[in-house]
Design a protein around this ligand. Structure first.
Ligand code: NDP
Ligand SMILES: N[C@@H](CC=O)C(=O)O
Length: 401
């Protein structure tokens, strides 16, 4: 089988290694590799097929195009052209799927080819195929997940090694975990896109990533980690979505996770996806969510599907779009911090408006763990405190329940 690879960065390097490693088992020939700057890669294996001209790839009469460039453009235009030319496509590009998944699947179906995207969620973890195929008989009603390796790596390094946020992010970039623009990782956009792909496939309704409540880890301070330790918790960037009577509720946000919860045990670049099926109950998928070899392995699995003529497409992306409710409307706990506080006044407001509140620190700031009937009740209390200038600044981290 002849393939063209778009990109020769972290993931493409992993894919090339695994293709070469399995050469005696599967006859996959790399006909072209597209990069921006050929000279940068001239010393590498397969340098003879490098090109910076996309026409060289389309002129090679390939069976599969594997897109590992990232970003929306020109990736979208290249893949659309490939599918319209009846070339099967494999991609790890969640940005593009979250935005144009429906359109690309429709074009693939019209042209009798397929688009595969296992590596777009959970890096190396085989999760989409089991979800689509092995769990087909189940109605899935909830997803709880760590979906971004970079932020999980940063939070682990801050927690375990007291590394600063900036140092940890730098290491994640050096290890090839982060996106070309790491804002996608740290602001929660990447996890939001992955949660939208997972939710779309699981709930069989089109769910857009921007409709989730999205909050990143960029405001997490060492002091938050200290409080988390004091409370027997870790802070994790968690994506959660639920469907109930056709209504979807979902978020990506940093939350406190109790040390006895399986999600708190997933560290560094590892991801976890826990889904609940009506027949199966809960099932968890755990593994490396980012990095060269792990992600290369997932991309290779998609290439093998095409090699072995498993050319099915998923319909979920072309289903009707549903709205997403962003607020946590059930009883919840949260850690609240108030800077330059009028302590007695704040404590009195929280006691009045919420179910319970427990002060855990009161030095230069006030830190309180509250129990509330809903997130709205917490937000209303904070608004009242701020409107009355009882503090200079505040922050809130919900506890996962
Ligand atoms: N890194 C990871 O762990 C994971 C990444 N992904 C996804 O996989 C995809 C690839 O990621 P990754 O390998 O990390 O990215 P990298 O930034 O490491 O590599 C991107 C490659 O694409 C090439 N490239 C980018 N734009 C163009 C363009 N316009 N024309 C020609 N070549 C271009 C670059 O060329 P040059 O080298 O010349 O600059 C580079 O070789 C992304 O969609 C990412 O979100 C998914 C799961 C995990
Ligand atoms: N930047 C992403 C890469 C994999 O999708 C991450 O850190 O998870």
């Amino acid at each position: 089988m002849k393939i063209g690879i778009l990109g020769y960065g972290t993931v493409a390097s992993g894919l090339v290694d695994i293709i070469d490693n399995n050469k005696d088992k599967r006859d996959i020939s790399i006909e072209g590799i597209l990069v921006r700057d050929v000279s940068k890669h001239a010393h590498r294996k397969h340098a003879e097929v490098l090109t910076s001209d996309i026409e060289d790839i389309f002129n090679k009469d390939v069976d599969v195009i594997v897109e590992l460039l990232g970003g929306l453009h020109p990736s979208y235009e290249y893949l659309k052209r490939a599918l319209e030319n009846k070339i099967n496509v494999v991609t790890a590009n969640k940005d593009m799927l979250a935005e144009f998944g429906g359109e690309l699947v429709s074009i693939a179906k019209e042209n009798g080819v397929c688009i595969k995207f296992e590596a777009s969620v959970g890096g190396g973890i085989p999760v989409l195929k089991p979800l689509i195929e092995s769990l087909e008989g189940n109605e899935i009603d909830s997803i709880s997940a760590i979906l971004n390796g970079t932020t999980n790596f940063i939070l682990s390094k801050m927690y375990d090694e007291n590394l600063s946020y900036d140092e940890a992010l730098k290491q994640a970039q050096e290890l090839g975990f982060a996106e070309a623009n790491p804002e996608s990782d740290v602001m929660g956009y990447d996890a939001g896109r992955k949660l939208s792909i997972l939710s779309t496939l699981s709930f069989k309704k089109r769910i857009y990533w921007k409709d989730f409540y999205l909050e990143g880890i960029n405001n997490i301070e060492p002091k938050d980690i200290e409080y988390a330790k004091q409370l027997g918790c870790k802070i994790k960037l968690v994506g959660r979505s639920k469907i109930n009577n056709g209504k979807v509720n979902g978020y990506v946000r940093p939350v406190l996770v109790g040390n006895d919860d399986i999600i708190s045990k997933i560290d560094n670049e590892f991801n976890i996806i826990v889904v609940n099926g009506d027949f199966l109950g809960e099932v968890s998928f755990v593994g490396k969510g980012a990095g060269k070899d792990a992600t290369g392995s997932a991309v290779y699995a998609d290439v093998l599907d095409i090699y072995d003529h498993r050319l099915n497409n998923v319909d979920a992306f072309i289903k009707e779009k549903v709205d997403v409710d962003k607020v946590v409307s059930h009883e919840c706990k949260a850690l609240l911090r108030f800077k330059k506080p009028q302590k007695d006044k704040i404590i009195s407001v929280l006691k009045d408006k919420l179910i319970d509140s427990k002060v855990i620190a009161q030095d230069d700031e006030l830190a309180v763990v509250v129990d509330a009937p809903s997130e709205c009740a917490i937000n209303d209390s904070i608004k009242f405190i701020k409107d009355n200038n009882y503090c200079e600044d505040s922050s809130k981290i919900l506890k996962l329940s």
